[in-house]
Design a protein around this ligand. Structure first.
Ligand SMILES: C[S@@+](CC[C@H](N)C(=O)[O-])C[C@H]1O[C@@H](n2cnc3c(N)ncnc32)[C@H](O)[C@@H]1O
Length: 299
């Protein structure tokens, strides 16, 4: 729709689609506040005119492609519920898929990462490992905020190619290094003051995460911290926030053993893995990646 206002007949003519179909679609998009309606005229709302506008620099096309690519898979949900198995999908190592997914992750967290980074105290921290950091959006946000910090983003090689492209024009991007590695099956080299484990917990089963927590203890420098960001469930029954429960359905469809977890069971796993001081960090409302905030663990 670009920047201008359209009547349904003029837009239908331009798009060569049915007036009836378009009228019902536009009305619904307006009721969802994606379009604005005044009389017979429709125009894009702010979000539609930027994030959903292929001609705008803020277009989130990769994230839309990711959702579009999952469209048919959702109709296999009954099979996944019955079998407990994911739908057939691209292998996580497929380079094309991984590249596209990494851009989608960047578009997803571009705005929230600096807000989260502003609330994590990294005073005195010299080295940070962004484990499963994908496009490096979080590592870059920490680097922008902390001039004495150097960071390493660890992920599969095609994800790191995207991270390099994003970091290249940024001055603080020079303090980012890259570690192509399957961190679950391989030894993780180096020692870090902070390990940032964001949006990866939900991909893996409880046993896999517990094993990883034990392994990470030897990757932390003395006094180091493991900080976890994920869609934690917060109530006693493990139902809410609803967004976190719903996200487990996505994990059922697309991962072998992933799920969303309660903050309290994650804290317990960390204690069992030998971390002594474990605490939740609550972020300011509206500035979090997920409502559940962060969990920080020290050895
Ligand atoms: C959902 S994305 C999260 C990206 C980023 N941490 C964030 O919070 O936006 C999960 C990332 O973990 C990476 N990942 C998952 N398992 C991995 C493994 N075993 N080895 C390397 N990377 C892995 C994926 O490639 C992907 O980039």
């Amino acid at each position: 729709m670009g920047g201008r206002a359209w009547t349904v007949p003029s837009l239908a003519k331009r798009l060569r689609v049915s007036r009836r179909g378009l009228e019902i679609l536009c009305r619904n998009l307006a009721s969802a506040r994606l379009l604005r309606k005044r009389g017979l005229l429709y125009r894009s709302g702010r979000f539609a005119g930027t994030a959903l506008n292929a001609r705008h620099k803020a277009f989130r096309g990769a994230y839309l492609d990711l959702l579009r690519g999952q469209w048919d898979d959702w109709s296999c949900l009954t099979d996944s519920v019955r079998s407990g198995r994911p739908v057939e999908h691209e292998a996580p190592d497929d380079p094309k898929y991984r590249r596209q997914f990494s851009w989608a992750m960047h578009q997803r967290s571009l705005e929230v990462a600096p807000q989260v980074a502003a609330q994590v105290n990294l005073k005195g921290v010299k080295t940070l490992l962004d484990l499963g950091g994908g496009p490096g959006t979080y590592a870059l946000a920490f680097l922008a905020k902390n001039p004495d910090l150097t960071a390493t983003v660890c992920d599969r090689a095609p994800a790191l190619e995207v991270a390099k492209e994003i970091a290249a024009p940024l001055k603080h991007g020079r303090r980012l290094s890259y570690l192509p590695l399957d961190f679950m099956s391989r030894k993780i080299p180096g020692r870090y003051d902070v390990i940032w484990y964001s949006n990866v917990l939900h991909i893996y089963s409880p046993a896999e995460n517990q094993r990883l927590f034990r392994k990470l203890a030897s990757v932390l420098a003395p006094g180091g911290r493991l900080i976890i960001q994920d869609a934690f469930l917060l109530d006693r029954e493990g139902l809410y926030p609803q967004e976190a429960s719903l996200f487990a359905v996505t994990m059922l469809l697309f991962t072998e053993g992933g799920n969303t977890y309660t903050a309290s069971e994650t804290v317990r796993w960390l204690h069992e893995a030998g971390y002594a001081k474990v605490r939740r960090i609550t972020l300011r409302k509206g500035t979090e990646d997920w409502e559940g905030g962060l969990i920080e663990a020290r050895l």
